[in-house]
Design a binder for this molecule. Structure first.
Ligand code: NAP
Length: 513
């Protein structure tokens, strides 16, 4: 039985003991184990900080960008074997695996391209010089300079490739060494990518570290200049927020947590318009892609009360026709959940939702006797205000439909009842409705996706996290922010205000010098 390896303090290391099993969720076969027991994580963080940090700092933005581009190509070259690992370890269909891997390589390449506008100097100016006195002789200039710590990235299990690459892209370009810790259940894909990165020698020694298995005492070694980016459930996020690394030592923490993303059908949308067909396509993809294990997936659908029957019938038809089964079969459109624990958690979640809504199609029963299979599940609530609809993130192929009265006010109240979301879709050809609803939900939403009939052929997709736009959301979504083009570098940088005479600012610190 293979044990996943960690690459820490410049060498491959194995943890002690049996660790955590990684399974094939289509067959229940145990594929490998992950353990970090006995590994010196303090040494690992210090090595990254003291060896990788200075080596990366010595590179220009252009050199770091070239490294990102080369990493993207090196990972892409191994796409087929990586797809096979994702199918075996994650239960991914081939399409799911490509989505994760191409998201990873695409984001690395995108950051290499974003870097073209960065200067040769080791810092970035933030805004123009500001006149501080009565005459323009003494000025202020904001700069972003790389911090001198390690970027510790703790990721969720659902995107082992993309989750790691998107964080790495920003941190490495900003000039910080990374220590990547994937979610253990699907860590085989992340470990394979780590091997590609280390074997490629594209990055200087110490710039990339990889931890397979439990994070154990990792946060105890995090210090003031370090930046920790966490993605996972809001329960685990609470543990991070309370840790001395942040409350006492002042390290930076960014949290991407869970979210009950909503889709709203505008009062103008009826069967037959392009925006409704788009809605059906989007919901089908959001519920079934990665077996619904996407942080941005649509969990709640708000429908004008008079259209509830029509929408439920159409959605039930869409979801019932999805072929669930062996992810290696070409006809399969949805594979299993990641493991038996996720299956149990989804079954319990459906049970809780079923106390306030009726199951229209699918349901909590396991499909078959082997594997973590479940049907796409549609629930219909008579009362859109029931608390459970807005409180339970069921991390699987599950969506609830609920009525609203067609007004901006009630739609906004229900969307915002989710306590903070990553992404909300509005399907409407009524620009006034879409505009007003956007502003009413904006304080509670990280990204608003306005889909209408005119843009139906050009949209990017409700759940797609794009490197050029920010990803994150307020409240229960974690309050964090990632990506957003070069905005993503700010988390890994120190913003400093330099106040000096105009000649010094112009000569040394202003844009274009
Ligand atoms: P999780 O159980 O919270 O775990 C997330 C990560 O934290 C894993 O790497 C886990 O390691 C680690 N971890 C757990 N306890 C820890 C501790 N005490 N100290 C340090 N690290 C610890 O979440 P998950 O089940 O992997 O992922 C599903 C959740 O992630 C869902 O709620 C989903 O919505 C959310 N998610 C959010 C986003 C986003 O961008 N907002 C993206 C993807 C997923 P182990 O695996 O080794 O336990």
């Amino acid at each position: 039985m293979s044990i996943l390896q960690s690459h820490l303090a410049g060498r491959w290391q194995s943890g002690e003991g049996p660790g955590t099993p990684l399974v094939n969720p289509a067959t229940d076969e145990v594929l490998a184990h992950a353990s970090s027991a006995g590994i010196d994580l303090g040494e690992a963080v210090t090595f990254a900080r003291t060896v990788g940090g200075p080596a990366l700092a010595a590179l220009s933005f252009a050199e770091r960008a070239a490294a990102l581009k080369a990493l993207s190509a090196a990972i892409h070259e191994q796409r087929e074997p990586l797809i096979d690992i994702a199918i075996a370890n994650g239960g991914n269909t081939r399409g799911d695996a490509k989505f994760d891997l191409d998201g990873a390589t695409g984001t690395l390449a995108a950051y290499a391209a974003f870097a073209r506008s960065l200067p040769e100097r080791p810092f970035v100016t933030d805004g123009d010089p500001i006149q501080l006195g009565r005459a323009p002789r003494f000025m202020g200039q904001h700069l972003l300079v790389p911090r001198q710590g390690v970027a510790v990235h703790v990721n969720a299990f659902n995107f082992p490739a993309w989750g790691m690459a998107e964080k790495m892209a920003c941190a490495l370009l900003a000039g910080l060494p990374v220590l990547e810790k994937p979610g253990t259940p699907t860590a085989a894909v992340a470990e394979a990518i780590a091997k590609i990165i280390v074997d490629s020698s594209i990055l200087p020694e110490g710039a990339f570290s990889f931890l397979a298995g439990s994070a154990r005492d990792l946060l105890d070694h995090v210090d003031a200049q370090d930046c920790v980016a966490f993605t996972g459930s809001s329960g685990t996020a609470q543990h991070f927020r309370r840790h001395d690394a942040f409350t006492v030592r002042g390290a930076r923490l960014n949290v991407e947590a869970d979210s009950l993303n909503a889709a709203v059908i505008g009062p103008d949308i009826d069967d037959g318009v392009d925006a409704f067909d788009l809605f059906l396509r989007e919901v089908r993809r959001e519920v079934t892609q990665k077996t619904g294990q996407k942080c941005t997936a649509i969990r709640r659908i708000l429908v004008p009360a008079e259209r509830l029957d029509m929408v439920c019938e159409a959605l039930s038809g869409e979801l019932s026709s999805v072929q669930v089964g062996d992810p290696t079969a070409k006809t399969t459109r949805m594979g299993p959940l990641t493991n038996a624990e996720q299956l149990a958690s989804v079954q319990e979640g459906i049970g809780r939702l079923a106390t306030v809504a009726d199951v229209v199609s699918g349901g909590p029963d396991r499909l078959g006797d082997v594997g973590a299979f479940i049907a796409p599940t549609l629930l219909r609530a008579a009362d859109g205000h029931a608390d459970a609809l807005h409180a339970e993130e069921v991390f699987g192929p599950v969506v609830s439909v609920m009525p609203y009265d067609g007004s901006v006010e009630e739609a906004a109240a229900l969307v915002n009842k989710g306590g903070g979301s990553l992404a909300t879709s509005v399907f409407s050809d009524d620009r006034k409705f879409a505009g007003a609803l956007t502003l009413a939900i904006a304080p509670w939403t990280g990204r608003v996706y306005l889909a209408d009939s005119r843009s139906a052929d050009h949209v990017t997709g409700h759940g797609l996290v794009l490197p050029s736009c920010t990803h994150g959301g307020p409240g229960r979504a974690g309050g964090g922010e990632e990506l957003g083009g070069l905005r993503g570098l700010a988390f890994y940088s120190q913003r400093i205000a330099v106040q000096a005479g105009r000649a010094l600012i112009d000569g040394t610190f202003s844009a274009g010098e």
